[in-house]
Design a protein around this ligand. Structure first.
Ligand SMILES: Nc1ncnc2c1ncn2[C@@H]1O[C@H](COP(=O)(O)OP(=O)(O)OP(=O)(O)O)[C@@H](O)[C@H]1O
Length: 652
């Protein structure tokens, strides 16, 4: 057995045991740029990412501060998922031609045994020639062995086709799913499961049955040659089986669909349980969580049982029809033999051939569900890949300076009538810093997300260096900004990897520079393993404040030009607060534009401008001092007084 090597360019090699013969390599860079065939879509070729339209650029490279500046308005090719899909389908088509040739050979050779029978009874018994028997036996043995070899070869090819399709489409699907999940239902990641479904179908017996069906007329013709009566019997049974197949499809489509829907709900719930395992355990919510999962799973199982019941019933009917057909053929054949119209050997041979002609129809009925599932899965894959916004061409712009223009932002979340943000407009020059304050629910986090493009406004624009965020090449934009979300999550890996945004090409200097810029180097140095400390999925062994500070360094990694910090001090102690203030100060010195969303007024002394949001609208905006004075002057504005007092203290 050789290994399938999936090189994700993060230096990790996953080894999976697969069938022998070929070695496949899938190179997917950290953005999930799709792998592509280097030498064409045939078996046993090396797959790598050399044709990726968008390459990950080092932080200090095109988008960073070390390499040469990109050409202005250089057009960046799209991710081109359509192309990946086209290549994946081409692989299947190409391989299927060979598989069909093998199937043709297999089906022709299957006639060997009936022919043998026929020859023994009609030739050997009548001539009583031992030589003929030996010759016939040798030839038929060769045919049987060849048939087994061809059958094995087509199965090998199907298996490799399945692996190759998975290698071709895995990275593009994950890449498109990650992007689509931003505005989607969260089910996009399940498209990877759909790929598995399609892969499974490609190696299934159902597909083999489907491919054998076109050769059924060949067998029927052979039976007609034996005797037209027998041919008629088989034709009638074939039509009957096709009718059963049609009824089966009508009976099972809906319950299978319902079963899958409920199963995917149960899977989503399972994912959310695994994400929130600490809360579930701490608050003893396991019974409730299990009950919700159980309800969906039960619904799925009930629908599955309903569908499978019908499927089993129709499969049993079709099997009975096939066996009765063979019995009928033997009976009618015997009658014809009694009338000396055919020989006994012909009767048995025709019966065997009839079984062979009807078997693929029966197999197709039994595997109908897996066909339906795979067809639906393929539909979801094509929808995701074709609909992905990542595949449109973008301009690779010069590295931004950090000018931010926000124009008449209106945000009404889809499916609601609530105006979360209304007529928000302001401008920040490169290197300026803004604090966004306001009561809980005022819309601060929503504004922060909109500034980094993770949600799109209903109307209005956010522009970085005059270019609307929607028009930036996503990779370049991501490299040019930093974002510290309210709900900090670190990736499982070392602190070093986390600060370096999991990039393979992140240098120690860049990581150190980000840590210094975010004023967290000392904190990290005090940890026993320093930068090599391994962080688990739940953030342990770091405290909430430490996690927040690592995430702050991550936001500053790669010397971004624009950074949004959403409540960066919600978990910080006084020392952390001071470090954060210094970080914002460093950012200003480095010409980084900073927007900091905060409920605490302690950061107000280090920013240039302040915006007070109230019910999604700008209640106040301007230079720090005048806004602080206005806030202090607001009568009864508890928030404002508190803000101005603390801002003043911090200032002092
Ligand atoms: N996708 C959404 N669908 C419906 N309502 C939403 C959506 N996103 C935000 N909201 C609503 O918009 C309002 C503003 O939310 P946001 O999280 O921006 O407030 P915030 O000022 O950051 O509050 P906090 O300080 O408590 O974090 C809230 O009332 C929230 O319910």
């Amino acid at each position: 057995m050789k290994d399938l090597e999936i090189d994700n360019s993060a230096g990790k090699t996953t080894e999976a045991q697969v069938e022998p013969v070929h070695e496949l390599r899938v190179d997917a860079d950290p953005v999930g740029n799709q792998p592509s065939l280097r030498k064409g879509a045939v078996l046993g070729k090396t797959i790598d990412g050399s044709m990726d339209p968008i390459r990950a650029t080092p932080p200090g490279g095109e988008g960073g501060n070390k390499g040469k500046e990109p050409h202005f308005h250089r057009r960046v090719g799209p991710e081109n998922f359509e192309e990946s899909l086209r290549k994946g389908v081409a692989v299947v088509r190409f391989n299927m031609i060979f598989v069909m040739l093998m199937t043709l050979a297999t089906n022709v050779l299957i006639l060997a045994i009936p022919v043998y029978l026929f020859q023994i009874s009609d030739r050997v018994f009548t001539s009583r020639s031992l030589d003929t028997l030996v010759m016939l036996t040798v030839v038929i043995c060769g045919a049987v062995i060849l048939q087994a070899v061809f059958d094995a070869v087509r199965r090998f090819m199907l298996m490799r086709t399945a692996v190759e399709v998975a290698a071709q489409l895995g990275a593009p699907i994950l890449s498109a799913a990650a992007h689509a999940s931003l505005h989607g239902s969260g089910r996009e990641y399940q498209t990877l499961g759909d790929l598995q479904q399609v892969r499974g179908f490609l190696t299934s017996g159902t597909l083999i049955s489907f491919m054998d069906i076109p050769f059924a007329p060949l067998f029927i013709l052979a039976i007609y040659l034996v005797h037209p009566h027998l041919g008629n019997i088989v034709v009638v049974s074939s039509l009957l089986l096709l009718l059963i197949a049609f009824i089966n499809q009508r009976l099972t489509e809906k319950p299978f669909y319902q079963a899958n829907l409920a199963q995917s709900r149960a899977n989503l719930h399972l994912e959310s349980m695994s994400r929130n395992s600490q809360i579930i355990n701490a608050m003893a919510m396991i019974p409730e969580a299990v009950a919700i999962w159980g309800r969906d799973t039960a619904q799925s199982l009930t629908a599955q049982v309903r569908a499978q019941d019908r499927n089993i019933m129709t499969a049993a009917v079709s099997r009975t029809v096939r066996l009765l057909t063979q019995v009928g053929m033997l009976g009618w054949g015997a009658y014809l033999a009694l009338n000396s119209q055919i020989t006994g050997g012909m009767v048995i041979a025709a019966s065997i051939i009839a079984g062979r002609a009807l078997a693929p129809i029966e197999g197709s009925i039994e595997g109908w569900n897996s066909f339906l599932l795979s067809r639906a899965a393929y539909g979801r894959i094509t929808k995701l890949l074709r609909g992905s916004k990542l595949q449109y061409e973008r301009l690779r712009l010069p590295r931004p300076e950090g000018r931010l223009d926000v124009e008449r932002l209106l945000y009404i979340p889809g499916g609601t009538k609530q105006v979360v943000l209304n007529s928000i407009a302001f401008t920040l020059n490169p290197g300026e810093s803004l604090a966004v304050i306001g009561n809980s629910g005022a819309g601060k986090t929503t504004l922060g997300k909109m500034l980094v493009g993770s949600i799109l406004p209903t109307s209005g624009n956010v522009r970085l260096d005059l270019m609307d965020l929607r028009n930036w090449d996503p990779r370049q934009f991501g490299e040019s900004i930093g974002y510290l979300p309210q709900d900090v999550q670190l990736f499982p890996g070392t602190i070093k990897q986390n600060i370096g945004r999991m990039r393979e090409d992140a240098s120690d200097e860049q990581i150190h520079a980000a840590a210094v810029l975010a004023d967290v180097h000392e904190m990290i140095a005090s940890l026993p393993q320093g930068y090599e400390t391994v962080v688990a999925a739940d953030g342990s062994p770091l405290s909430g404040g430490q996690k927040q500070r690592i995430a702050l360094a991550r936001a500053f990694f790669g010397n971004p030009r624009f950074v949004v910090l959403d409540e960066p001090n919600s978990n910080l102690d006084a020392a952390g607060d001071r470090a954060l203030a210094r970080a914002i100060h460093h950012a200003r010195e480095n010409g980084i534009t900073v927007v900091v969303v905060t409920q605490k007024p302690s950061l107000l002394s280090v920013v240039d401008k302040i915006m007070l949001l109230a019910d999604g609208s700008v209640a106040m905006f301007g230079e720090r001092e005048p806004v602080l004075r206005k806030l202090a002057g607001r009568k009864g504005g508890e928030n404002g007084q508190q803000v101005s007092q603390q801002g003043g203290q911090a200032n002092a």
